[in-house]
Ligand binder design. Sequence first.
Ligand SMILES: [Zn+2]
Length: 65
Amino acid sequence: MAHKSEFIETKNHPFVGVKWPVTGSKGDQYYVEMVDYGFDCTCIAYRKCKHIKEVELKLKKMTSY
Ligand SMILES: [Zn+2]
C-alpha cells in the first residue's frame, strides 16, 4: 500500500519506480519504492513507516523544494 508524501510531489516524479534499500533497526533489509501516489515499503507496517520517512528525508536534503 502506498503512502502519500507530505512534502514530495511524487506524481510524475522522475524517481517513480526507483527503490531504495533501507536497513531496519534489527539489521533487516527493506525496500522503499517511489510510486505515483507516494511511497511503498516492503515491511509489514500498514501505516507510513520510518523506512519511508527516512527516504523522504534523504530526498528532501538532495533536492531543494
Ligand atoms: Zn517500512
